[in-house]
Design a protein around this ligand. Structure first.
Ligand code: ATP
Ligand SMILES: Cc1cn([C@H]2C[C@H](O)[C@@H](COP(=O)(O)O)O2)c(=O)[nH]c1=O
Length: 212
């Protein structure tokens, strides 16, 4: 495919969304064709699935049901939005993708990274990101940031015990070893300006290598 598919990953409150929005705006100002999107969501069907998954009242949701719902939302989003954008040659910046399922459902929920990869393979049919930026932050720091973030809804996953959020981070560390060529780590505990300039330089390098 002609475009560039870049995903942004990390524990809660790592700063992904804020960085993505600023980066998308700057790239658009430079006349790049950018599609900023998120998972679960990004299109109507997947946003509706998002509501079901993240509703804090859905306390009885089984871990495998959760994993399948994320994969279903992913499939529809990929087919309806990501693939057409890549075919047009766009830069797709996506807030979370398969690595979230591997870290959260695979590792933190204990279902197993390989098993979650298998069900996602059905959904993505080998369409992996060209690059993944992993924003690493201590979960306690990240959760404090989102508590302070006015207007940010607290969802069912945010409400998991601190231990779960530490396992999510551990899951991402495992993924860094599994996919060393694709995933690059960014220290997201630094100041916003420092984190932003690191992310921006990585994306600019990718664009220079792949699109110019
Ligand atoms: N490096 C940083 N230092 C301090 N605060 C930050 C930093 N980066 C982002 N923030 C702030 O932390 C809060 C959460 O940021 P953001 O929503 O971008 O995180 P996120 O990774 O998308 O979180 P989630 O995945 O849980 O939605 C925001 O209020 C944001 O302004
Ligand atoms: C894609 C995906 C996401 N999650 C989790 C991660 C977060 O807790 C929420 C999404 O909320 P955000 O504010 O938009 O980051 O869902 C997951 O567990 N598995 C996934 O595949």
């Amino acid at each position: 495919m002609q475009g560039l598919f870049i995903t942004f990953e990390g524990p809660e409150g790592a700063g992904k969304t804020t960085i993505l929005q600023k980066l998308a705006k700057e790239l658009e100002e430079q006349q790049f064709n950018v599609v900023l999107t998120r998972e679960p969501g990004g299109i109507q069907i997947s946003e509706q699935i998002r509501k079901i998954i993240l509703d804090p009242n859905h306390t009885t949701m089984d871990g495998r049901t959760e994993a399948l719902l994320y994969a279903a939302a992913r499939r529809q989003h990929l087919i309806e939005k990501v693939v057409p954008a890549l075919e047009r040659g766009a830069i797709v910046l996506c807030d979370r993708f398969i690595d979230s399922s591997l870290a959260y459902q695979g590792h933190a929920r204990g279902i197993g990274i390989d098993e979650i990869f298998t069900i996602n393979q059905f959904a993505i049919q080998d369409l992996m990101p060209d690059k993944t930026l992993y924003f690493d932050v201590d979960p306690e720091v990240g959760l404090k940031r989102i508590e302070k973030h006015k207007g940010r809804e607290i969802n069912r996953l945010d409400l998991e015990k601190l231990d779960f959020h530490y396992r999510v981070r551990e899951g991402y560390k495992t993924l860094l070893h599994m996919f060393p060529d694709r995933i690059v780590e960014i220290d997201a505990s630094a100041s916003f300006e420092t984190v932003y300039s690191h992310a921006k330089s990585l994306v600019e390098e990718l664009i220079a290598k792949n699109l110019k």
